[in-house]
Design a protein around this ligand. Structure first.
Ligand SMILES: [Ca+2]
Length: 289
């Protein structure tokens, strides 16, 4: 049986309107957890979140830590995170990250708001930095406490908030345009040499994607294809432009050809479809022999 027809039932059917509201982060309010945190450093108890630089802290079920004093708990719900800088000469800081279910769409602007608050004092009560977002293509290896996320191979700083300096929950914006198909995102305090600054984050809210147009068209792209297969099975318009990227985000080929290019070797690629110059869809596809 032809692979194309064999996997018709698995067609990823994404309406462009839905794509508009695709959420980058899962568990963005830190409410979903496997077990209540009982100690500092238990980021992994918050579903979907991973320690990147040792060792941010998960708060829920009323757990707090005297070393990081705050008069209030979560901004939204009961779960939230805390992370600090290490006071080192190289500005190292704790960080958390997520594997994204879909890579970011190159050329699309992503805007978030995050609630942040400072500790009220203690040995990490200095103010020196804000909350930063880093992007990676592929999950980085977990780093140690004496480095910053920016020191990890492939790290790209996408956005940083103003300095966090209020011990009351404050909403800060973070916005960036994806220049690569990032599929791993990290949140961390910014680089802050010789400063001990700890703050809490909660309630990440994503705003509508800026560059994606509302349209009633529906894209259907098979997730497993052979060279020469038709890429878009329905809703093809001559305005579509198709970009092929390798796993490092490098553009391999771009054009209006609605077929898998013959020169692609078998493997995993990112496909990005643009309509009249505006990215409207991206996904992973497997090219098989
Ligand atoms: Ca929360």
């Amino acid at each position: 049986m032809n692979l194309l027809s064999a996997s018709l039932g698995l067609l990823l059917s994404v309406s462009l309107g839905l794509n508009c509201s695709a959420q980058v982060f899962t568990n963005a309010d830190f409410e979903d957890f496997t077990d209540c945190p009982e100690f500092l450093g238990e980021v992994g108890k918050a579903e979907g979140w991973i320690t990147v630089i040792t060792n941010a802290d998960y708060y829920n079920c009323g757990f707090t830590a005297e070393v990081f004093p705050s008069p209030t708990e979560a901004s939204s719900g009961t779960g939230y995170m805390g992370m600090g800088t290490y006071g080192n000469l190289n500005g190292s800081a704790e960080s958390i990250g997520q594997v994204l279910s879909e890579p970011l769409v190159v050329g699309t602007t992503y805007s978030f708001t995050v609630d942040v608050k400072d500790v009220t004092g203690g040995s990490f009560g200095q103010d020196c930095t804000g909350l930063c977002i880093y992007g990676f293509v592929g999950q980085p290896t977990e780093g140690l406490a004496f480095i910053h996320t920016q020191d990890l191979e492939g790290a790209v700083e996408l956005a940083c908030s103003d300095q966090v300096s209020s011990s009351e929950w404050t909403t800060v914006p973070l916005s960036f345009t994806a220049d690569q198909a990032y599929d791993f995102i990290v949140l961390t305090p910014g680089v802050s040499p010789q400063c001990y600054h700890y703050f809490f984050i909660d309630n990440i809210q994503q705003e509508d994607l800026v560059n994606v147009q509302e349209t009633s068209a529906e894209l259907k792209i098979n997730t497993s294809l052979r060279r020469g297969d038709q890429l878009i099975i329905s809703a093809w318009t001559p305005n579509f432009n198709i970009g092929w990227y390798d796993l490092s985000g490098r553009l391999i080929r771009q054009g209006t050809l609605n077929k898998v290019p013959a020169e692609l070797t078998s493997g995993v690629y990112f496909v990005q479809v643009s309509e009249s110059g505006v990215p409207v869809h991206s996904q992973r596809v497997l090219i098989v022999d």
